[in-house]
Design a protein around this ligand. Sequence first.
Ligand SMILES: O=c1ccn([C@@H]2O[C@H](COP(=O)(O)OP(=O)(O)O[C@H]3O[C@H](CO)[C@@H](O)[C@H](O)[C@H]3O)[C@@H](O)[C@H]2O)c(=O)[nH]1
Ligand SMILES: [Mn+2]
Length: 802
Amino acid sequence: MSASVERVLVQTTKLSTITIKLYRLMIIVRMGIFVLFFKWRISTARAMMSSPDTNDGTSTVRAMWTVSIAGELWFALMWVLDQLPKMQPVQRAVDIAQLDESLLPTMDVFVTTAAPDKEPPLVTANTVLSILAADYPADKLTCYVSDDGGALLTREAVAEAARFAALWVPFCRKHGVEPRNPEAYFFPSSAGVVAVVKRSDYKGRAWPELARDRRRVRREYEELRLRVDALQAGDMRRQRWSQLADGGSCWRRGTAEDHAGFVEVLVRPPSRTPELVVSDVNNHLLDLSSVDVRIPAVVYMCREKRHGHAHHRKAGAMNALLRASAVLSNAPFILNLDCDHYVNNSQALRAGVCLMHGRGGGGDVAFVQFPQRFDGVDPADRYANHNRVFFDCTELGLDGLQGPIYVGTGCMFRRSALYGVDPPRFRPHGDASSKDDVATETDKFGVSTPFHRSVRAVLNHSTSEEEWNSPFDGAAIGEATALVSCAYEDGTAWGRDIGWMYGTVTEDVATGFCLHRRGWRSAYFAAAPDAFRGTAPINLTDRLHQVLRWAAGSLEIFFSRNNALLRTGGRLHPLQRVAYLNTTVYPFTSIFLIVYCVFPAIPLLAGNATAGRTFLMMGTPPSATYIAFLAALMLTLAMVAVLEVRWSGITLGEWWRNEQFWMVSATSAYLAAVAQVALKVAVGKEISFNLTSKRRATSSGAGVKERFAELYAVRWTVLMVPPAVVLAMNVTSMAAAIEGGRWRKGPAAVLAMAFNAWVVMHLYPFALGLVGRWSKTLSPLLLLVALFTIRSLCFVLHIHML
Ligand SMILES: O=c1ccn([C@@H]2O[C@H](COP(=O)(O)OP(=O)(O)O[C@H]3O[C@H](CO)[C@@H](O)[C@H](O)[C@H]3O)[C@@H](O)[C@H]2O)c(=O)[nH]1
Ligand SMILES: [Mn+2]
């Protein structure tokens, strides 16, 4: 593609409004305040510790000061690591119309699914349908479904989807339907989606024709739903593909962790040219005259799994997909969607192709990460599922450096980048394959010769139809099956230098890190309407476990050879390195935070003057300097927040939710993650990958509160203990401070109370989650009443103890 075309495909503008300039300035000002503050704080602490008035309990005083300053230093460091990479955000616009239809590359879409009980087959079926109906030439698209559970149920559901696609895809093409996920299109409210086609914005053929076709297709879709339900009610989920003694194979009872490998082409690749139906009103459900009725190829596969063989979770599945697809369609671009993430904007694939060509001029983009958006989240987003600050600020900021961090679903890849080669910019003659002879290829890629051929084809940019023409025949399927056997990777570089990285439950961050370290770039694109949408955990327990997995995975990377501080490589932008450091150390915050939150409460709870005096300046009013510093730090924090909200376009409410849920996670999941990783480092105990449930809140009440009732259901988890303790300590100490009349003693007590109130405010979403269903009626006002009831209780208890 010529340079001029590249330029028009993507337009990149650096944000340089007055807002962003002020934002940068405020960040620098706040960092300056940090320096002055710590200078003052440390020297004061030294003086206090050596002063003669504090000789009772000197060790306690020392401990209190140390903990307090260590906490503040860590929080300041985390804030700096978080802010620095956000200072140069860019905005991208793509012009899809400039893409030359005949030059569109082929594309493989990988859908991963693992357990039909947590990932309903109907959800996977809908995802597959949305991919098949995407606006992309049918002969250039192949959809691969990887089923790590190896369940016949999933295979049947995907096959049902492929059959229904014959009706759904032409219907979408005929009327330009959006979104092309039938569940979201026909039943938007049950999926928690905003309503779809309105007569006013329908621009296709005649409206009455759409209304009639829609009715018919909907009836067929409802039948599909019934069929999938029936499949689910049967015994299929336990049937797996097994090898028989006589060498044959069949579906029979087996386990998700022990089954044979299986690759099956459910829909063969269509012809190269559109198949237009002439006129067939009588033969079909719909009049499809002059609509292209081809549907893209669909491949179902489950990799072999055996006890005693590590399967490396999603990363292992992605690597199996990468190899199996290589000997079939071998497309130069790969899109990965988790089974619950569907194509919401049918143009998304084309937008991804634009970015692959348009950034870094000439193929230096290894991946394009799209933001993850979710249906079915309650309007208040109580558990911060939308993660707006991360996607709309951090990823956007990184896009101005080397590129966004790879965070899983909704990411498009350049296949060659996954084969461990340097980006074109860093290759001596732009040629990637010449220096690798076959011997080293076997060490790296394993023994399959057809796979080596496919690698060479990709690295020589010759995967266009003329040169790569897989017959999808028996031999190719046999080769693909061998490539997904569990022993294939033994003694190779898979998971280390090739493909998706192993050794962490957040394979995404590690994989992206390795690509960036090699000098590849990435791009971020927030399409409108959203490119893809998926489901988010529906209750606090699921959400905390998801956050726990991410945090544990991050720490695993920190303790691996991919440590962002230690791994050398001059091609990694320094601020990009800072961002990776931030994403891999943040869970340590929990230790500092919990100690920091609980310590000030101790003297207040102890309820006597001596204990009170042992902590900081409890007995003496705080100095004016301290108040001034505190005010300056809070004020600059608020200003940075307001400016960030302004340039990124998120709301202040979303920013605040993020802060709140950060506190909830930091006092619960992050702490558990630190413990898990400590166990792993010490005794080698592996971290488990608990799948996130993709079930949607199914209650169909009219009001918002009824609709999200399941979200408020409480399921017990140990993770709830630490924040509950922090919350209780802070509430009771607040009560103790009021009741002990200590607030009259001066601003010190008031400050301590303000700190407590601050913590309580942050833990508010957690408190709501903890009380579950009641919270449907629990407004902030009621929470205040509850707090005061607890306060009175403490008062009574206190009198009894005296
Ligand atoms: O052994 C496994 C385990 C998981 N998966 C798939 O991996 C995906 C992600 O699992 P999920 O439980 O949905 O994790 P989330 O926390 O919701 O996902 C985010 O975080 C993961 C890393 O922890 C990334 O892999 C995901 O892409 C990203 O969206 C799903 O499609 C699973 O089917 C497998 O294929 N095999
Ligand atoms: Mn998910």
